[in-house]
Design a protein around this ligand. Structure first.
Ligand SMILES: Nc1nc2c(ncn2[C@@H]2O[C@H](COP(=O)(O)OP(=O)(O)OP(=O)(O)O)[C@@H](O)[C@H]2O)c(=O)[nH]1
Ligand SMILES: [K+]
Ligand SMILES: [Mg+2]
Length: 368
């Protein structure tokens, strides 16, 4: 019998079995078997093993990847915050591929990816671990979904898995200038007093990586690990929001403790509790700005926004609207928090802020 048939058989038996105290143990066993078989389904074919991502097109203004252990409620979550339904069930490895959904947030489109659960050893290729992690690398942000009843353990394990493949959560790239050279040995300078690293340690680390000629300027009090990140490169720095689900299962004190941790939000997807706040926190974590445009003597169009990164200028906004708009630009009028008084007349260098309304005035066309 093939795996698919054995899965179908167990599912049928689970459906037949009445749920009560007496059958609890038996159902538990069936679930465990089902999970083991589904994990086998997930196992990449022996031949490939390259760990390429799932083939899902990027779309919208930002991409958020849900990472979590099996059965923490990722698919349930997708179904609550997007119109897309992804199968959710009480056994592990229900989801076997990448399922994209779209969150609409005041004119912004955020792509939310539901993914198979990952387990310890994912980084070494257990289950679809590598593929899932490859998708996470393409995202603007990780939504780490955790079962609130096992929150700390799950979080530590997942962080270790992501760390092992060079993903750094909620951290900035170390401020270290590193330039390999053809000769001349190692030139090591620090612009401040270092408390975790010295020139000798740096040299040992560099030799470990077979680097014998390089110019290095350290501009921050880095740890040896951060120094390694800087010289190895290839690190992916991602924002992460920790989402503690199933808070209907824990005490109010524990909910309170989890909610107070940095970059964290507590929810119950089953009960639909805190879902709007979750979406708001995803938006805040992405750190983007919605810029609404308006025409002269018309109300701004709030259903469509131009989405730009924090620190973007009117010039960036112009480029997002039309390739040649910046060339035809005369001035802009701006309403919102970035304006000193409203409306304020500004140029291309003006830095916009979330929810600003902009009216762009073009130069008068010459000879027409
Ligand atoms: N008590 C409780 N159960 C929940 C909650 N959210 C989801 N569940 C249940 O948890 C089980 C797993 O949910 P899924 O959405 O399938 O979880 P998943 O993370 O997508 O699982 P995989 O795809 O197998 O990795 C289902 O039985 C859900 O009904 C919640 O807030 N509270
Ligand atoms: K599940
Ligand atoms: Mg799922």
């Amino acid at each position: 019998m093939g795996i698919a048939e054995r899965i179908a058989e167990i599912e049928a038996e689970m459906a037949r079995t009445q749920k009560n105290k007496a059958t609890e143990g038996h159902i538990g066993l069936l679930k465990a078997r089902l999970a083991r078989l589904r994990l086998q389904l997930l196992e990449p074919p022996k031949s490939s093993g390259k760990g390429e991502g799932f083939d899902v097109m990027k779309s919208g203004d930002a991409r958020v990847a849900m990472i979590g252990f099996p059965s923490v409620g990722k698919s349930t979550l997708l179904g609550k915050v997007t119109p897309t339904q992804s199968a959710a069930a009480a056994y592990e490895f229900t989801t076997l591929t990448c399922i994209p959904g779209k969150i609409k947030y005041d004119g912004a489109d955020i792509q939310l990816l539901d993914l198979p659960g990952i387990i310890e050893g994912a980084a070494q290729g257990r289950g679809r671990g590598r593929q899932v992690i490859a998708v996470a690398r393409t995202a603007d942000m990780v939504l780490m979904v955790l079962d609130a009843t096992k929150a700390d353990v799950q979080r530590a394990k997942l962080e270790a898995e992501l760390e092992a493949v060079g993903i750094r959560l909620n951290r900035q790239p170390p401020n270290v200038y590193f330039k390999p050279k053809q000769g001349g040995g190692i030139s090591f300078t620090a612009t401040l007093r270092l408390t975790h690293l010295n020139a000798r340690m740096a040299q040992l680390i560099l030799h470990e990586y077979k680097i014998f000629n390089a110019e290095i300027i350290v501009r921050e009090d880095v740890t040896p690990d951060e120094f390694i990140d800087a010289i190895v490169g290839q690190r992916k720095y991602l924002k992460c929001l920790y989402c503690f689900n199933k808070i209907d299962q824990i005490s109010i004190e524990e909910v309170d403790r989890l909610a107070r941790q940095p970059n964290s939000v507590v929810v119950s997807c089953d009960q639909g509790f805190n879902m709007d706040y979750l979406v708001e926190r995803i938006w805040k974590t992405l750190d983007l700005s919605r810029i609404y445009t308006k025409r002269r003597s018309e109300a701004p169009d709030l259903s469509e926004a131009v989405i730009v990164r924090r620190g973007a200028t009117i010039e960036h906004v112009c480029h997002r609207i039309h390739r040649s708009l910046a060339e035809q630009f005369n001035y802009a009028m701006i309403w919102g928090t970035s304006a000193k008084h409203t409306p304020q007349i500004v140029g291309l260098n003006h830095v916009v802020e979330d929810e600003d309304v902009v009216m762009i005035v073009k130069k008068a066309a010459v000879g027409g």
